[in-house]
Design a binder for this molecule. Structure first.
Ligand SMILES: *Cc1c(COP(=O)(O)O)cnc(C)c1O
Length: 386
């Protein structure tokens, strides 16, 4: 399936191009059916929506594989479902996993609260230097998990040295690349074995579906599908249909998110009330060089630290009219959140400080509105501080 021809827009719209028969619907119909008639005494697998073989699920999976240039992909009920099953597909009791310290809070919970019960040991590694990984590899290490770009300070990891280490040591490299979407970064092309997305974010793009994706080799994705059946992580056909619809505009949406992200970050960096702007497209970002080399766009996520701390953040959040205060990201509408109450609520103030998320940090998910209007909204809110 890898090496599907065409650019990202074509692959997102068509998957594997094929000629249609007369009177075929142009759009995949919604097969809102839990089960399908089966041949009597037939030996092939029955169609049953929890098995992941409903046509809405399989058509979408083909497009997702084409987008990632993966052998195979699968759509699941949530990003967390995708993360959990991707790991369970490669780890066994007694195995050891190295995980980046800079990861989504839900994933952190999964690794710290659940994996121990399954006999899987996890060591967290600060990924700011590729050498840090090698020191922690043990005899029973099976895999490395990272997120790039990271939430919410938008660090961009250089995957190549980590992928080299995995190759040398026979480890599986799993990458959550939700923040980039396959338009800005395709981790498999940089040495990852498995790529994970929360489809809830950019892939669907309209803040109306929860879903997840795992893409990689035939063998690993087949194991994820087997686990999906028994752990009950299959998505509803309507959710699959909505994500297939969202995907058709993924490339143009992400192009606009990239433009808005850069314009907003550049503006924010010039504002007196703003202390730090975290955006990999700015030359002062610590990973600007890696991001320029590896990403095809810097994305729509911007982190702001206000000089006035948490009180200033509260004032600004109360004043915004166009940007909505809500968790999540990657939709057409601009959302703002404070990581201390959402994704990083599990950490102490000191722990957050140490990773660059002081109280007063605002995460902005730039939507695809006209950027002048988003900037005007923030300008009015910052004005309330003076
Ligand atoms: C949102 C998110 C998840 C979890 O996805 P859900 O669809 O909410 O289950 C995982 N990783 C990252 C980076 C996310 O932003």
């Amino acid at each position: 399936m890898a090496n599907v021809p065409g650019g990202p827009s074509t692959r997102a719209i068509h998957g594997l191009p094929h000629a249609k028969a007369d009177r075929d619907p142009v759009v995949t119909p919604i097969y809102q059916s839990s089960t399908f008639a089966a041949g009597i005494a037939a030996t092939d697998e029955v169609l049953y929506t929890r098995y992941g073989n409903n046509p809405n699920q399989t058509v979408l999976a083909t497009k997702l594989a084409a987008l990632e240039q993966a052998d195979r992909a699968i759509f699941l009920a949530s990003g967390m479902g995708a993360t959990a099953l991707a790991h369970l597909a490669v780890l066994r009791p007694g195995d050891h996993l190295l995980a980046s310290e800079w990861i989504y809070g839900g994933t952190h919970k999964l690794l710290t609260e659940e994996f121990g019960k399954l006999g899987i040991d996890v060591t967290f590694v600060t990924p700011d230097n590729p050498r840090n990984w090698r020191h922690e590899v043990r005899k029973n290490t099976r895999g490395i998990f990272v997120e790039t770009p990271t939430n919410p300070i938008m660090r961009v990891l250089d995957l190549e040295p980590i992928a080299d280490l995995c190759q040398q040591q026979g480890l599986v490299l799993l990458v959550d690349s939700t923040f980039a979407s396959p338009v800005n970064f395709r981790a498999l092309e940089h040495g990852a074995d498995v790529v994970i997305h929360s489809a809830t974010k950019y892939l669907n793009g309209h803040s109306d579906v929860i879903g997840g994706v795992v893409a990689g080799s035939e063998e690993i994705v087949e194991e994820v599908r087997r686990l999906m059946q028994v752990w009950g992580q299959a998505p509803d056909p309507h959710a699959a249909w909505l994500v297939e619809r969202g995907l058709k505009t993924l490339a143009i949406r992400v192009a606009r998110h990239n433009e808005n992200g850069l314009a907003f970050a550049t503006w924010a960096a010039e504002q007196g009330a703003v202390d730090v702007v975290h955006y990999p497209g700015l030359p002062e970002h610590p990973d600007h060089a890696v991001a320029s080399e590896q990403l095809e766009g810097f994305g729509g996520m911007v982190g702001l630290v206000l000089k006035g701390g948490p009180a200033a953040a509260e004032t600004v959040l109360r004043k915004l009219r166009l940007a909505t205060h809500a968790p999540s990201l990657g939709g057409v509408e601009t959302l703002v959140s404070e990581p201390r109450f959402t994704s990083h609520a599990h950490m102490s103030v000191e722990e957050r400080d140490a990773v660059g998320i002081p109280d007063g940090f605002i995460r902005v998910s730039l939507g695809i509105e006209d950027v002048e209007d988003i900037i005007a909204d923030f300008a009015a809110a910052l004005h309330a501080l003076s």
